[in-house]
Design a protein around this ligand. Structure first.
Ligand SMILES: Cc1cc2nc3c(=O)[nH]c(=O)nc-3n(C[C@H](O)[C@H](O)[C@H](O)COP(=O)(O)OP(=O)(O)OC[C@H]3O[C@@H](n4cnc5c(N)ncnc54)[C@H](O)[C@@H]3O)c2cc1C
Length: 385
């Protein structure tokens, strides 16, 4: 739907941004019986929500992220069931090729418990994922994690929400938001509750929030390849680099020693803030990533050295002589120095929801119920319907 110019329509809930965070809030509004409009400047879901791995990496989250992630797991499965997109209860496999990686995994497993993390011997690991034998010491398996296809999940949720009565205004830019009103390039919309889910473009609408928190853009090298593997990759695959990143792993006593070793052996990985990881969507290809470079704006130019790093590490891990690359792209997400989420209400009834690190696919569906629960305007909407 495109809004008529100078539209004066009123909604219970207006969501700005049709990525997974915005769609999660539209879904929650729908569940609560609200009249919902989603506005996006693009023609469809084109942001971080289609450029990622499709990995719901629940298990190594801590703090409020863990609560959001656990809630999101139920919503992913519920939505996949209703909408019909691919969602696999795949778990996550982590390969350890250094003693320090094994130590972090052992420490994490001791804390998380065997129902959340199971250690794998080298043989068990090699039977699960198609990595090369050389250098593998073992690994771990996190059974609760999920995998979706990032190219289809969010777009299919948007299409399904539209069939359920949620309105969408594509190619419509939001210029300003205030309590009860959204100013768009197609006119002003009235709304009781407004959710601003514009990812890194938070700074375009709320520069004072972005500057106070230190939000910058994090841009990532990503590619899709078609390697010949000795068996399909049926679970997301993390490596030692991931153990420095996700909070549950990074908090373990052996993490600093692992960082030192990786810095010594792989300085390029440290300077690109590498998180070497993989998923394989249903088409059998391999999604390969990723690097992290942070700045206020996101220059569009991706260095070939970043792609060379990903390709070289992938060949070594899987024992490949060749890695046919199908696509390369840049991903961008909001990044904050000291917090994972921006959850603020800058004016009554206006909720800013930004995932400020790379865990929006893992957590967004669990954040939305929390936003509605703390919103007094949402309670008023609930009483009216
Ligand atoms: C390469 C990469 C890999 C990742 N891998 C994972 C992963 O495996 N697991 C995981 O949990 N997370 C992952 N993430 C993070 C995750 O993808 C993001 O946290 C999540 O997609 C953010 O969702 P969003 O809805 O906030 O943003 P987006 O999907 O970027 O959506 C924001 C939308 O807002 C719209 N918008 C912005 N400003 C305006 C405006 N003024 N008016 C109208 N519309 C506007 C944009 O057009 C856009 O559609 C990854 C991210 C990247 C980039």
């Amino acid at each position: 739907m495109n809004l008529p110019h100078h539209s004066s329509r009123r909604y219970d809930v207006v969501v700005v941004g049709a990525g997974i965070v915005g769609l999660a809030h539209a879904y929650e509004g729908l569940r609560q019986g609200a009249r919902v409009l989603v506005i996006d400047q693009a023609t469809g879901v084109t942001g971080a929500s289609v450029r990622n791995f499709g990995h719901a990496c629940l298990t190594p989250q801590t703090g409020i992220a863990a609560g959001f992630a656990n809630e999101a797991r139920n919503r992913w499965l519920e939505l996949a069931d209703q909408v019909g997109f691919f969602a696999r209860e795949s778990g996550t496999t982590i390969v350890a090729r250094r003693e320090e990686e094994l130590a972090v995994l052992q420490e994490f497993t001791a804390v998380a418990g065997p129902e959340h993390s199971r250690m794998l011997t080298a043989d068990e690991l090699l039977a699960k994922v198609p990595v090369a034998t050389e250098g593998v010491l073992g690994g771990a398996w996190l059974p609760a994690d999920l995998q979706v296809d990032p190219r289809e999940a969010a777009p299919e949720i948007a299409a399904w929400l539209a069939t359920q009565g949620v309105d969408f205004a594509w190619r419509t830019r939001v210029a300003a938001v205030s309590s009860g009103h959204v100013e768009t390039t197609r006119g002003t919309i009235a709304a009781d509750m407004i959710v601003v889910a514009t990812n890194h473009d938070l700074d375009r609408l709320y520069p004072e929030i972005a500057e106070r928190i230190g939000i910058v853009r994090c841009r990532l090298h990503m590619l899709k390849a078609a390697p010949t593997l000795r068996m399909p990759l049926a679970t997301p695959l993390l490596t030692g680099w991931s153990l420095l990143r996700y909070s549950g792993f990074a908090a373990q006593p052996s993490a600093p020693a692992l960082r030192e070793r990786l810095a010594r052996e792989q300085p390029a990985g440290i300077s690109y803030d590498l998180n070497q990881m993989y998923t394989s969507p249903p088409d059998g290809s391999l999604i390969v990533g990723d690097t992290h470079e942070r700045s206020i704006d996101s220059p569009p130019f991706q260095s070939e050295a970043g792609f060379d790093l990903l390709i070289g590490e992938t060949k070594t891990l899987f024992g490949l002589t060749d890695l046919p690359v199908l696509e390369r792209w840049q991903g961008v997400y909001a990044s904050a120095p000291t917090q994972e989420f921006v959850l603020e209400e800058p004016a009554p009834g206006v909720h800013v929801v930004t995932v400020a690190t790379g865990i929006g696919m893992t957590t967004a569906l669990g954040i939305a119920p929390h936003t509605f629960a703390r919103s007094t305007t949402a309670s008023a909407v609930r009483t009216l319907v």
